[in-house]
Design a binder for this molecule. Structure first.
Ligand code: PLP
Length: 438
């Protein structure tokens, strides 16, 4: 059942939830009893007419805001021409234009794209490409990582037990620690040294039989964990020294959410293969795996799909990327982030249960703990805060064990950001003072 029901759902919501439970497989991770009706900009409404400020952005998808008129117009226009070209079998101009637009934001030599429909597919393609190109068996991924839920990406995913239980055997993947300095109770540099030494040890054990290392530049589902710059640089160096590809999962962090098109650019590192999805389609399913022409040496038929290059998705993607560029949404993300971070650091000083505040751009995590000193995760308190915030009209999601994730649309205004943080602070205050129901 939903974890964050505090506000009793309205009558229309209750009816739809009942119908949902009858016909929709309940394996999905529903956390709210919120029943979506419509969205506009940074706001969403439920079927009972309740309005919410959206600090979840459909899980980091709606960077351009809900029902963005430019994107909606582009989709409507394309519906009059055609929706599907069968791009794996026939040529078409629109997917080419989408790929040209997309790669224009990536550094050389990352200039060739494989198109798909989701984050997990963009990871599957990266995985297969790396194994094809290197013709090696193993990949390395990180503890707490989330790369998706199909069997290839799930073999690398490691953030929650429920996601992997009963699905073994997995593909040949080794997991090594990611530098979660706060919970590892280490200084960033010591944490970097420890994690890099573990990674190096694993590389040595695999004795040259490694195709790639898969890494989120900021761990998303794992708890919005920002690694030290020295760590990301160190991973790049180990890849170079051991002839291993660096596969960068930008599904959640990419597309200007952190101010830069690729989040990994914040660390001064260039990857070999990039996986993107979520925000690049402006709300339409779209995935892309980007690499160099040299690495993309897989032959015809070695990987393909039916819907990759879908015309509606590509029309949405082109207008989404152009809108974000023209409106400089990366710069807005940085400006809003500064204001939000300042407020959150003040909040951290004032409340015992706020253990850590971290993030880059509008990918911000607030870790809720029982006591600052012990740093023990407090999931029930985190859930209570999400509940209270939703009662007051703010939608937030959790991440990791007890982290609140803040990932609003990148169009968010100063006033909207302030309003959201006011609501969040009120919710934190209630829970901090023990006035909540677990
Ligand atoms: C970093 C990362 N990689 C991959 C995925 C999988 O994307 P999808 O749910 O579209 O398959 C996600 C989804 O949240 C993600 O955050």
């Amino acid at each position: 059942m939903e974890k964050y029901i505090c506000r009793k759902p309205g009558k229309k919501s209750v009816k739809i939830i009942e119908r949902d439970h009858a016909v929709i497989s309940q394996c999905v991770t529903r956390e709210y009893s919120f029943v979506f009706k419509q969205g506009k900009g940074c706001y969403i409404w439920d079927v009972d007419g309740r309005k919410y400020l959206d600090f979840a952005a459909g899980v980091a998808v709606m960077n351009v805001g809900h029902t963005n008129p430019v994107v909606m117009r582009a989709i409507a226009h394309q519906t009059k021409i055609s929706s599907h070209a069968g791009f794996a079998d026939f040529y078409a101009e629109l997917p080419v234009r989408f790929a040209e637009t997309l790669v224009s934001f990536l550094p050389s030599p990352l200039k060739q794209a494989f198109l798909s429909n989701s984050g997990t597919e963009s990871i599957e393609a990266a995985y297969k490409l790396a194994r094809w190109h290197k013709n090696k068996k193993y990949v390395i991924a990180f503890k707490n990582a989330f790369h998706g839920r199909t069997m290839g990406s799930l073999s690398m995913t490691n953030s929650k037990k429920v996601q992997r239980e009963r699905y073994a055997p997995f593909l040949p993947v080794r997991h090594v620690p990611y530098p979660y300095a706060y919970q590892m109770r280490m200084e960033p540099e010591a944490c970097t040294d420890f994690c890099l030494s573990q990674l190096e040890k694993t590389i040595k054990q695999l004795d040259g039989n490694i195709a790639a290392i898969f890494m989120e530049p900021i761990q998303g589902e794992g708890g919005y964990v920002v690694p030290p710059k020295s760590f990301v640089k160190g991973v790049r160096k180990l890849c170079n020294n051991n002839n291993v590809l660096l596969c960068d999962d930008e599904v959640q962090a990419g597309c200007w959410r952190t101010g830069k098109f690729l989040a990994i650019s914040n660390f001064g590192v260039k990857p070999d293969i990039v996986s993107m999805s979520k925000a690049i389609g402006g709300g339409i399913p779209l995935g892309a795996t980007i690499s160099s022409k040299k690495i993309m040496d897989w032959p015809h038929g070695s990987h393909a799909n039916t819907f990759g290059g879908n015309l509606l998705a590509c029309a949405a993607g082109i207008s989404t990327l152009n809108f974000m560029k023209e409106k400089r949404l990366g710069e807005n993300a940085v400006r809003r982030s500064r204001e939000i971070m300042k407020r959150l650091h003040e909040i951290k000083e004032n409340y015992e249960i706020v253990g850590d505040v971290r993030g880059i751009g509008l990918m911000i995590g607030v870790e809720i703990v029982n006591l600052k000193k012990t740093r023990t995760p407090a999931p029930e308190k985190r859930n209570a805060i999400l509940c209270k915030a939703s009662e007051k009209g703010l939608i937030l999601l959790g991440a990791g064990k007890s982290v609140i994730r803040i990932c609003p649309p990148l169009i968010i205004s100063q006033q909207q950001a302030e309003k959201g943080i006011d609501i969040l602070e009120d919710a934190i205050k209630v829970v901090n003072n023990g006035r909540y129901r677990a």
